[in-house]
Design a protein around this ligand. Structure first.
Ligand code: CAA
Length: 380
């Protein structure tokens, strides 16, 4: 067993760390306040190759492994989880899904644009009545011979307005249940496709989350991903990898808040000494450190499983479940260590606490991860 990162992985980790410090940190509080999408920063992340990290260079990607992707997600999320979710959705839900299951024509038409960051993508599964219960798709994609007609509404879609390419999951044949679901590529600007209002969120306020409305949207059949009826499996397989990205995001939020709390505890004095000299604070830091290290091992293991070609449904669910809990616990303690300052926006940790919450909800709630985990361990 070798826990050492390669030279290349260390370089990528350092590049992401530098980028986060130099380009994401300035303005992160203001973007959160104003719910401002980080357009300039996304452009720069594209230049660094962060938008299509695992995509084959022949489609404009960086051709890196999943561990490198997790390292980048971790470093970006230490500073700005709004920016990192844009990276995560584009990489693991959109680019990976298209590269793995798309046709050659689809890859040539869409993948290079997405992996180079010329445009970004969105993954559209959730609906008002189909969040956790993802097979209950009410959005329909009726088969009309050489095209589909989509009708319905999608909710809480990350990159909802900023995306130009949308992977839309919809029901074609209700009598077939989940085997009657398809995944279709829909381009922004297609007649009948409207972007709903932007959500006013608790956290990750810099990312744009919207509902999407489809009114008789005509999509050619060549835009279907995979065979007829493959849409639900496409969503499940894609989300299994997506969960590694979100687990790495949760890890980064936790590690970022911990690093701030550690630094603050060595500067802030109370009762005549730095607060880190009080056991009440030192023990909190010890607990945070152990939890973060444990989460890191789960996240890297899930990424490693994917890179090895092992099944990663279980390891990605475990990584997301645990890392998101650690993100929540650690950020709450980081606010506590900062005391009154922790409650003030200038000190960052209150934002991290708000950002942490979504990691227990999107790409499958913690309860859904427990369904995946329990089914997996019980079937063996
Ligand atoms: N890989 C391949 N196939 C899979 C699979 C996987 N990981 N998981 C399930 N399937 C298959 C099953 O084998 C089954 O197929 P067969 O009938 O052929 O065997 C089929 O899918 C249906 O599976 P289940 O019977 O297990 O379905 P279920 O109704 O019990 O639901 C669930 C399973 C795991 C709860 C699923 O509904 C789920 O993951 N829900 C959560 C959805 C989710 O994560 N939403 C997040 C939205 S996206 C988002 O947040 C993105 C963003 O913007 C950040």
């Amino acid at each position: 067993m070798d826990f050492t990162l390669s030279e290349e992985q260390l370089m990528i980790q350092q590049a992401a760390r530098d980028f986060a410090q130099n380009e994401l940190l300035p303005g992160v509080i203001e973007r959160d306040d104003a719910q401002k999408f980080p357009s300039e920063q996304v452009k720069k992340m594209a230049e660094l190759g962060f938008m299509g990290m695992m995509v084959d260079p022949k489609y404009g990607g960086s051709g890196l492994d999943t561990i490198s992707y997790a390292l980048v997600m971790e470093e970006l999320s230490k500073i700005d989880a709004s920016a990192s979710v844009i990276v995560s959705v584009n990489n693991s839900l959109v680019c990976w899904g298209l590269e793995t299951f798309g046709s050659e024509v689809q890859k040539e038409k869409y993948l290079s644009r997405l992996s180079t960051g010329q445009c970004i993508g969105a993954f559209c599964l959730s609906e008002p009545e189909a969040g956790s219960d993802a097979t209950s798709q009410k959005t329909t994609a009726l088969d009309k011979g050489d095209h589909y007609i989509i009708n319905g509404t999608k909710n809480w879609i990350t990159n909802g307005n900023s995306a130009e390419i949308y992977l839309v999951i919809a029901q074609t044949d209700i009598s077939k249940g989940h085997k009657g679901i398809n995944a279709l590529i829909v381009e922004k600007g297609t007649p009948g496709f409207e972007i709903g209002p932007k959500e006013n969120k608790l956290g990750i306020r810099g990312s744009d989350t919207h509902s999407l409305i489809f009114n008789d949207v005509k999509v050619p059949k060549e835009n279907r991903i995979g065979e007829d009826g493959f849409g639900f499996k496409f969503a499940m397989k894609t989300l299994a990898g997506g969960r590694i990205g979100i687990a790495a995001q949760a890890l980064g939020i936790a590690a970022g808040a911990y690093e701030m709390a550690l630094k603050y505890s060595k500067e802030r004095k109370a009762f005549g000494t730095e607060i880190s000299n009080h056991q009440a604070i030192a023990f909190k830091l010890a607990d945070m450190h152990v939890q973060i290290e444990a989460a890191r091992h789960l996240v890297y293991k899930a990424a490693w499983d994917k890179d090895q070609g092992n099944n990663y449904d279980l390891s990605s669910a475990m990584a997301k479940l645990y890392a998101s809990q650690v993100a929540m616990d650690t950020t709450i303690e980081a606010v506590q260590i900062h005391g009154g300052n922790g409650f003030v926006k200038d000190y960052h940790v209150e934002r991290m606490m708000r950002d942490a919450k979504i990691t227990q909800i999107y790409e499958g709630t913690s309860e859904i991860q427990k369904i995946v985990i329990s089914r997996s361990i019980l079937k063996n």
